[in-house]
Each structure stands twice: as structure tokens, then as C-alpha cells.
Ligand binder design. Structure first.
Ligand code: ADP
Length: 298
């Protein structure tokens, strides 16, 4: 593997760099039109290179796990992480290296594929709502309700009059989740068409990745502009303080992981989950323990 992303041999990096990842990657709350073309797909942020970014992610993951444990024991708040991206942008890698590092007792990933006939027989949020996180839990959506204004729109799967109404329905749905105590983070993994093609090539060259190959992925490349427009519209219409979109430069895998880890960590820090208050009489329990120990040692 190329090491040209590593610009240093340093081993003592600053693992708490003064860099505001949210500020860098959250879309602004203005009425400006979203233009993905104007947002870079490549970025190194505050990092000296790949090894630095990876070390940061490792440290952030440890903190995320600790905060998630607190949230689980607190049992009040919940976190929903929505991932959307073009093919090969790295949703699976991000889940493996960052989000999947959380304790599975309190975190679950839900992949949303082409709806089944049962799912199609209900409203588009039916399958989504069931997967939202309960109190104390984290849900990671690998694709989401946004497919119903993305692929559905670009591939003309329902009439415009139907998908057009969905932005407002999605906003109300996200408001409902937030009202119940769910923090929502939405990430778009932003890769360039060139980087996507390189990753398709790596899949062709690696027999263990052949299962990922799909002629449909190439067809979607022809509609890159249509998908971009659909994403821009979804981001513009469904971006709010309670459910913000972040556009993550994803051409460098290590930066994708580090920046998402930083934003999830900072969000959990802000949620500030607390270990539960103790009801039990600790002095009494300590005495019971010591009595047991004495009996065992007699
Ligand atoms: P992924 O690409 O996420 O790793 P797959 O290769 O199985 O997983 O692709 C899932 C497919 O399901 C995608 O093409 C996506 O557009 C499609 N899909 C997801 N949700 C919907 C939906 N609501 N309507 C139509 N297609 C959908």
C-alpha cells in the first residue's frame, strides 16, 4: 500500500488537535444553495498524514466507547447516525473502523436495501421507524429514509408528486425523534468519480471483493449529476439544527474515519451522559462483601 499520505515518521502526534471538525464539515445553516461541486472530496484537516489520522481515530474510538457506555447506563438519551454515500465511498469501512467499535449491547447497524414487498405495502417510514434507537441506544443507518428521495427520485420509482412531499414528512419525522431525546447526525461521504473508479478497479483485482461487484454501480455513474442534484436538494430541504448534514471528504479513507469519529465523539461529549445515581447502601454492601471474604478465608 502506498505510504505517500504519510508525511512524517513522528510517533508522538497531537491527538487532541485544535480543529473544529463540526465547523469544517457541517453544512452552514443559511439559505444558500448546497453545491457539492464546491466542496472538496480530499482533505487532511489538522493531521500530518495517514498514521497521525489513524492514531487520532483510535484515541477517539476509546472515548466514544466510554461515552456510549455512560449513555447506555443512563438510559435516557439516544443517538441516530445516518450514513449516505455513492457506491464505494466507504460506509462499510467507516462502520468497521469507527461506528462498529461501540459496544454491541447498546449499538446496532441497520442496512436499508431495496424495500421488500411487505415494506412496500406500508408508508416509506414504517421500516425506518422500527430501527430508530430506544433510550440509551445508538442506531447506525447504512442508507436510510433518504433513499426515498434519492434513488427513488433519480430512477423514477414513484411519481414526482409523491417524492416531493417526502422532504416535509422527513423533517417532521426527525423532529419527532428529537422530541423524544434522540440526537441525529447525518453524514454524506463525499468521493470524487475518479476515486470511485479506482476503488471499483481494486474490487476487480481482489477476489475477496468480487461479491461487491455489480453492473448497476456503473449505470449509477452515468447518473452522477442526477444523484448529486438529488443529494443537494435533500440536504437543502432536510438540514436542521436537530438533524444536521455533514459532508465528509472521503477520498482519503483515514480522514473519513477520523473526521466522523471526531464529530461523533464531540456530539457524545455534548450530550454528557451520566452514570446512574446509586440507590444501594455501599457501606452495607462493603460489609457483606467483607463478611463473605472472611468466611471464605476461615
Ligand atoms: P450497499 O450499496 O448499501 O452496500 P447494496 O449493494 O445491497 O448495499 O445496495 C442496496 C441498494 O438498495 C442500493 O442500490 C439502494 O439504492 C437500494 N435502496 C435502498 N433503499 C431503497 C428504497 N427505499 N427504494 C429503492 N431502492 C432502495
Amino acid at each position: 500500500m502506498s505510504t505517500d499520505e504519510d508525511s512524517t515518521n513522528e510517533t508522538h502526534w497531537d491527538l487532541a488537535p485544535k480543529f473544529d471538525f463540526v465547523d469544517a464539515h457541517r453544512l452552514p445553516f443559511s439559505s444558500d444553495k448546497v453545491s457539492l461541486k464546491k466542496i472538496d472530496t480530499e482533505c487532511s484537516g489538522p493531521f500530518e498524514g495517514k498514521a497521525h489520522g489513524r492514531a487520532f481515530t483510535h484515541a477517539a474510538n476509546i472515548e466514544i466507547r466510554d461515552l456510549q457506555y455512560r449513555m447506555y447506563t443512563e438510559g435516557k438519551q439516544s443517538l441516530l447516525i445516518v450514513l449516505q454515500a455513492p457506491d464505494a465511498a466507504g460506509k462499510d469501512g467507516l462502520i468497521r473502523k469507527v461506528l462498529g467499535q461501540m459496544n454491541p449491547q447498546g449499538c446496532r447497524t441497520y442496512p436499508f436495501k431495496v424495500p421488500s414487498s411487505e415494506e412496500r405495502a406500508h408508508d416509506f417510514l414504517w421500516r425506518i421507524h422500527k430501527a430508530t434507537p430506544a433510550a440509551g441506544k445508538v442506531s447506525v443507518f447504512n442508507r436510510s429514509h433518504y433513499e426515498d428521495v434519492l434513488v427513488v427520485r433519480v430512477e423514477d420509482l414513484v411519481p414526482k408528486s409523491v417524492w416531493k412531499e417526502r422532504y416535509e414528512i422527513i423533517n417532521n419525522f426527525e423532529k419527532l425523534l428529537a422530541h423524544r431525546g434522540t440526537r441525529i447526525l447525518k453524514f454524506y461521504l463525499h468521493i470524487s468519480p475518479r476515486e470511485q473508479l479506482e476503488r471499483f478497479k481494486k474490487r476487480l483485482d481482489d477476489p475477496t471483493k468480487h461479491w461487491k461487484l455489480n453492473a448497476g454501480d456503473y449505470a449509477a455513474r452515468d447518473k452522477w449529476g442526477d444523484y448529486r442534484e438529488a443529494y443537494e436538494d435533500a440536504m437543502e430541504k432536510c438540514h436542521s439544527k436537530i438533524a444536521p448534514w455533514h459532508v465528509i471528504p472521503a477520498d482519503k479513507k483515514w480522514y473519513r474515519d477520523a473526521s466522523v469519529a471526531a464529530i461523533v465523539r464531540d456530539t457524545l461529549r455534548d450530550m454528557d451522559p451520566k452514570l446512574p445515581e446509586i440507590d444501594a447502601d455501599l457501606d452495607e454492601i462493603r460489609q457483606l462483601y467483607e463478611r463473605e471474604l472472611d468466611e471464605m478465608n476461615e
